[in-house]
Write a protein that binds this ligand. Sequence first.
Ligand code: MG
Length: 160
Amino acid sequence: MSFRIGLGEDRHRLDEPGTGPLRIGGVDIPHDRGLVGHSDADVLLHAITDALLGAAGLPDIGQLFPNTSEENRGRDSADFLQLAYEKVKAEGYELVNLDCVIHMQEPKFAPHKEAIQIRIAELLGVSTQQVGLKAKTGEGVGPVGRGESIDARCVVFVEH
Ligand code: MG
């Protein structure tokens, strides 16, 4: 048996007021500002998708699902995640666990954490114990703290 790790990072800009809800980890969080992106801009699912692809040595999310393609305009990022994990499994790898950090000033992440954890586990066909999630605020400084962006990082561990 062999093991590999993967790392994924993403950042999306917060849109103007009146553009919510905010989609994070496949869940629509009530908020007056959404994220800007070619797809549905789900920053957390993008980070997880890239981490999984990286662990299997596959091309990254931008290569597989280009933001120049009409097919990907407004697309549900759950599709990216599930298609990417199919490719990872086709290479013989299975997820052991993943761990994510999301950086967002507003809204509070904690009330939505469980729903997001359940949704990610469901999309990947794994248990919620395999899905680690934590959140940090931007402490009022930098692009996250000023409410300009939401950032996400993810590491995954896979076994062959
Ligand atoms: Mg992205």
